[in-house]
Design a protein around this ligand. Sequence first.
Ligand SMILES: Cc1ncc(COP(=O)(O)O)c(C=O)c1O
Length: 288
Amino acid sequence: MSAPPPLCSLDGRIGPLAEARISPLDRGFLFGDSVYETMKVLGGHPLFLPAHLARLAASLAGFEIPWPEGLAAEIAALLAATGPFDGSLYVQVTRGAAPQRLHQPGARLTPTRFLLPAAYAFPADPAAAPGLTAITRPDWRWQRCDLKTTALAGSVLGGLAAAHAGADEVLFAGPGGELREGGHTNLFVRHGEVLETHPLGAVVLPGVTRSHLLDLAAGLGLTVVERAPRLADREAWRELFVSGTLTGVRGVVQLDGTPVGDGTVGPWTRRLAAALAARERAAAEEAG
Ligand SMILES: Cc1ncc(COP(=O)(O)O)c(C=O)c1O
């Protein structure tokens, strides 16, 4: 499927991305006073739109930014303008542009809305996708990772550390060596005959994919326990995988330079990757 045309929607106006302009006083630009969502798009249909909009509403509420009326219609109008494509739709809402650069938000502003479609190369067969490599780092991010803010300096530093190490992803660990999540993914470990994933709370994003996987795992008869995988137990791990909207389910076969389990993508990872891909296809067909 072809890439979307280079369009975006800024404050409800659809136009060429190259011509879009925001104010330098926009609080998203100045302070990262801004939240976002990334959705997967198949055939021009945004997948799991209600779940993404619900999480966006929670992030906005966390920042006391009002819900931008008309956002859903702006998304629909942009996707009508792009026509069918496979990829992603990025939706960012900032608090808006204030007259002065002050930390305090002050008066209620009109939120800035920026919507950007993009092509993305998804693996043809997610269950057969090759394994990834990852590094661990202490979690140096802020303490409200449940809010999906664009202030992502901690993730950017983690991404740089991963790139310098030649790895695909960074996994953030708490002070006791408990694995929380990746730079842009949630994570699961198969420890014996159960999957472990960090419980929801302030140190992980409530991933849309994560919640589908909890449901799909139950349907496949796999046991999931919401408890933090501990690096101290690493020798007992059989599989490690990360999950995300664009990542899907991807096995991590090497962590900090040494193999995880037998160093190959494991069977539970492949089953869940296939089950998620099937659910995504069904969602796209239903939307079409
Ligand atoms: C820090 C972090 N954790 C987890 C995820 C996965 O969330 P989702 O499955 O909703 O894409 C993301 C996605 O961007 C993320 O940035």
